[in-house]
Design a protein around this ligand. Structure first.
Ligand code: ATP
Ligand code: MG
Length: 157
């Protein structure tokens, strides 16, 4: 099913000049960028974004980190994009994340892990609503879409 996910290149990713290289991985995978903006996330927004973790010891430091400098917030679209992008991002801690994933290749920290990706369709919907108005999300066709995958249910040649 075509899905959308909210992706955030976190302050460390922007500060370390890695935004372009991270975006390239999503482009190379054939995923479609349908919205993007550079955002100075406020502490209040970060608290809302990480509300599920409010009782954890890393909550306040994570809020401070996310609001310390601009983040690049994007929506990527594609079939199965939520799970696929979590796999591309890798597990939470850079020192643990498998090589070949974004966190595994670019970081080795617990907190400074470069990128966020929605973890379920429900969080994707909430997170997209938090950062984007409907008219900021664009609907357009890729000219090479038919070469990216055989659409389910379409005749296989
Ligand atoms: P994200 O939600 O940012 O995509 P995630 O789903 O892999 O990351 P979560 O468990 O949701 O991980 O944690 C949210 C964020 O809080 C992590 O990305 C990381 O920056 C920070 N964090 C999580 N656990 C720790 C920890 N033990 N120590 C320090 N920071 C942590
Ligand atoms: Mg998470």
């Amino acid at each position: 099913m075509t899905e959308r996910t909210l992706t955030i290149i976190k302050p460390d990713g922007v500060q370390r000049h890695l935004a372009g290289r991270i975006i390239a991985r999503f482009e190379e995978k054939g995923l479609q960028l349908v919205a993007a903006k550079l955002v100075q996330i406020t502490e209040e927004m970060a608290r809302r974004h990480y509300a599920a973790h409010k009782d954890k010891p890393f909550f306040e430091p994570a809020v401070k980190f996310m609001s310390a400098a601009p983040s690049l917030v994007m929506i990527w679209q594609g079939e199965g994009v939520i799970n696929m992008s979590r796999k591309m991002i890798g597990s939470t801690f850079g020192f643990d994340a498998v090589a070949g994933t974004i966190r595994g290749d670019f970081g080795r920290s617990e907190r400074y892990n470069l990128i966020h990706g929605s973890d379920s369709p429900e969080s994707a919907e909430k997170e997209i609503e938090m950062f984007f108005a409907p008219d900021e999300i664009l609907d357009y066709e890729f000219s090479d879409a038919r070469w990216l995958y055989v659409q389910r249910g379409s005749p296989k040649k």
